[in-house]
Design a protein around this ligand. Structure first.
Ligand SMILES: NC(=O)c1ccc[n+]([C@@H]2O[C@H](COP(=O)([O-])OP(=O)(O)OC[C@H]3O[C@@H](n4cnc5c(N)ncnc54)[C@H](OP(=O)(O)O)[C@@H]3O)[C@@H](O)[C@H]2O)c1
Length: 343
């Protein structure tokens, strides 16, 4: 199979490239060449900035592929040029969207027919939704063979956003109190980068997937408390938690988004049944395994020695840490805190 990966050098794309090469496919990666990466020697490289349409036309125009994996598209404009160039020239066009496109609802799990979030769009999610609309329209009107994949938080080695996993690991490693919203019972769902690549490959070339969107997430859902307990077990430590009520949490995360760069005020749980029904995909990694694999990489890279400025958290501690009613210690193996669940 001739595969073009738009992106391919950072995390999701790099993992996909490696799995494709391991599967014996003919792989080309297109990017600007700015992100440092080590490619398997078999990978062909094409260079260009997808924001520069004249350049994209010159580099990708007239080429044919069995599949294009669009990992790097953030805006509809980024992908409109690809639809123009690859109409009639690609067997399957698979776009990496995001769980951020969904509206918040009062019930779970989130299925792929949930509406787009028209109210509180961040630029990132707005760009993903606009791109999906463009691709759905191209499929409807011209049969363009597009599919959308909507990942929840992606874990695994080389996850580039330090605040999300690495700083949580660091807090526990350094015996720092960890702030959590409410009583730590917001639910998290994530998936493994290798499972995401596996899903991309498994759906490839299946006409059932054209014009369809698929959630991509792990098979289980955990609370933030449980996330911290898993980290504590990996680090061999008890974890000291400080809970913040809604207003305190909102003020803190507004001042420093890095505190919880994940959904922190509501739980968003995915149904992953559609991918199973349409093309038989089910993820291999659960939450414990996702966290463990990411943590092992973190340790192997020596990231536990990284510099991080905890002064904001010191201020929070001075303000909120003295009330024992909001402090809980969780052991690596014991029961999770019930302290604030009574009544
Ligand atoms: N990580 C998560 O938890 C998560 C969750 C939901 C969705 N997603 C989505 O998954 C995708 C994953 O991103 P990733 O960083 O892991 O993917 P990646 O494909 O491994 O890396 C991003 C690639 O895009 C290239 N790139 C960036 N700007 C470009 C431009 N203007 N023109 C051409 N190439 C460009 C970069 O290379 P150069 O810098 O060399 O150009 C790099 O190869 C994103 O679309 C993200 O929105 C991620």
């Amino acid at each position: 199979m001739r595969a073009l990966v738009l992106g391919g050098s950072n995390f999701v794309g790099a993992n996909l490239v490696r799995q494709l090469v391991a599967g014996g496919h003919n792989v080309t990666a297109f990017n600007r060449g700015q992100t440092q990466a080590q490619y398997p020697p078999e990978v062909q490289r094409l260079y260009g900035d997808r924001k520069n349409h004249a350049q994209v036309r010159e580099v990708l125009g007239g080429k044919d592929y069995d599949v294009v994996y669009d990992i790097s598209g953030l805006t509809a404009d980024d992908t409109a040029i690809m639809v123009e160039l690859f109409s009639g020239r690609v067997g399957h066009y698979i776009y990496t969207s995001s769980a951020g496109v969904y509206e918040r609802r009062y019930y779970a799990p989130v299925t792929e027919d949930f509406p787009y979030n028209e109210i509180e769009y961040a630029d990132y999610a707005r760009g993903k939704a606009a791109t999906e609309r463009l691709l759905f329209q191209a499929h409807r009107e011209r049969g363009f063979p597009a599919s959308m994949v909507r990942p929840w938080m992606v874990f695994g080695p080389r996850q580039p956003s330090a605040a999300r996993e690495q700083i949580f690991f660091l807090r526990v490693e350094r015996n720092r109190p960890v702030f959590l919203p409410f009583n730590g019972y917001v639910h998290l769902q994530y998936g493994h980068v290798a499972d995401l690549a596996g899903l991309f490959i498994k759906m490839t070339g299946n006409p059932r997937c054209f014009g369809e969107a698929y959630n991509a997430a792990g098979p289980d859902v955990i609370t933030m408390n449980r996330y911290l307990q898993i980290i504590g077990r990996l680090a061999g430590k008890e974890v000291d938690l400080v809970y913040l009520d809604y207003l305190a949490a909102q003020e803190a995360v507004t001042a420093k988004r890095d505190l919880w760069p994940m959904p922190w005020h509501s739980s968003k749980m995915a149904s992953i049944q559609k991918a199973k029904d349409h093309f038989g995909f089910w993820p291999k990694y659960n939450s414990d395994q996702c966290t463990e694999d990411t943590y092992r990489w973190f340790k192997a890279q020596g990231l536990d020695k990284m510099e991080y400025d905890f002064s904001f958290e010191d201020q929070l501690l001075a303000r909120y840490g003295n009330d024992p009613r909001y402090r809980v210690r969780i052991s690596p193996d014991g029961d999770l805190p019930q302290t604030l669940m009574r009544g």
